[in-house]
Design a protein around this ligand. Structure first.
Ligand code: CA
Length: 371
């Protein structure tokens, strides 16, 4: 059975038919069929995958370990992947460069980490008041985002694939009550990326600190607030022991997309079946991480509700409105300073506008109806 399908696969591949249709169907960027290595069942590939996560980081790093297992199993051991946590092979934020130069063949992280190098990349992870997980998946995979993402990474010899989503994050842990826009003034919060820039423009003070230092900084009052991820990961960090309020929503990260980076020319040198296996495993990783996040956050929010000294709150409307307006100004500035960001932002905005009536009529009404 296996032999027959493999033979058929080679025959179709040689005719260029399977290649063309499979690639078109899967949206891979590889069009240079001629660069593919011919199918050799005995050839083994050993690839390294670097990640931005601490080693075996719950759900995200664990998902990468599973990804390596899936690829190994699907390829019958022909493509073996060794996963490295951030700092094990290279520093976490060098993932993009490491895969671009071929130091590692694969990487996993989120596109906003490369904002300094590629400002438009942020739209493929999360921008404040952007899209939720369902919407960003739809824009990237079916709404034109993927072609722009591939075009953006092409000069770096990289191909991006969707490979996870944090699903909604929380607004963060605060030791000061946020009752009005005035309460943001001078507030010292650990909040990275675009969220941090919006927070600064709205009057706050965005502090950068490594994950390992956040707990101590909050405990000692070096910062008044911090965001992290959601109930599951935040509970593990123990923030509920030292913060008084836990605010919703994660206006800055409503559904942060995660990415698999693959070195483009090394990918194109793989036999077609291994290319498809990598892409299929990235979709499985996407689904795995989303399901795990939703399930674990639900479970751990219950635990947080049981904490007697913790108040779980929603930001006042006027605070969210101020942050939203500030976000629009900032995104407009980013787009006007970078033509590539402008092109991506146009597509992002157009998809959001297209989707808005649909999601307002369905998801929004549905959630209100079950509450
Ligand atoms: Ca976060």
């Amino acid at each position: 059975m296996k032999k027959i399908s493999r033979k058929r696969f080679i025959r179709q591949g040689a005719a260029g038919l399977a290649g063309a249709s499979l690639l078109a169907g899967c949206n891979t960027a590889s069009k240079e069929q001629s660069t593919q290595t011919s199918f050799d069942p005995d050839r083994r590939y050993k690839w390294n995958m670097v990640t931005t996560w601490p080693p075996n980081f719950p759900i995200l790093g664990e998902g990468c370990n599973l990804f390596a297992d899936w690829v190994g199993e699907m390829s019958g051991g022909r493509l073996q992947i060794r996963v490295f946590g951030g700092g094990e092979l290279i520093p976490p934020l060098e993932t993009f460069d490491a895969v671009s130069t071929g130091t590692a063949q694969l990487g996993h992280g989120s596109a906003y980490y490369w904002a300094g190098k590629v400002p438009a990349a942020q739209f493929f992870s999360s921008v404040p008041f952007g899209m939720n997980a369902t919407q960003i998946n739809a824009w990237i995979q079916s709404g034109g985002g993927m072609a722009l993402w591939r075009e953006l990474y092409e000069p770096f010899d990289l191909i991006p694939f969707v490979a996870g989503n944090t699903t909604p994050q929380m607004g963060g842990w605060f030791n000061k009550s946020i009752d009005s826009v005035d309460d943001l003034k001078g507030l010292k919060m650990r909040i990275p990326g675009l969220g941090g820039r919006v927070f600064e423009r709205a009057g706050g003070s965005a502090i950068l600190s490594a994950g390992s230092e956040i707990y101590t900084n909050l405990e000692r009052g070096v910062i008044d607030a911090t965001e992290w991820i959601g109930p599951f990961h935040d509970y593990i960090m123990g923030f509920h022991k030292i913060a008084r309020y836990y605010y919703s929503p994660g206006w800055h990260e409503a559904g942060t997309a995660l990415e698999l980076l693959v070195n483009k020319h090394l990918f194109e040198e793989l036999p077609l079946d291994l290319q498809v296996i990598i892409e299929s495993a990235s979709f499985r990783l996407n689904q795995y991480i989303m399901a795990e996040m939703e399930a674990k956050n639900s479970e751990y929010l219950q635990k947080l509700y049981e904490e007697p000294d913790l108040e779980i709150r929603v930001f006042p409307d006027e605070v969210l409105e101020k942050l939203r307006q500030t976000t629009e100004e900032l995104l407009q500035d980013i787009a006007s300073n970078d033509p590539k960001a402008s092109k991506v932002y146009d597509s992002f905005k157009a998809f959001k506008a297209l989707n808005k009536p649909w999601s307002a009529l369905t998801e929004k009404v549905f959630y209100n109806s079950i509450s």
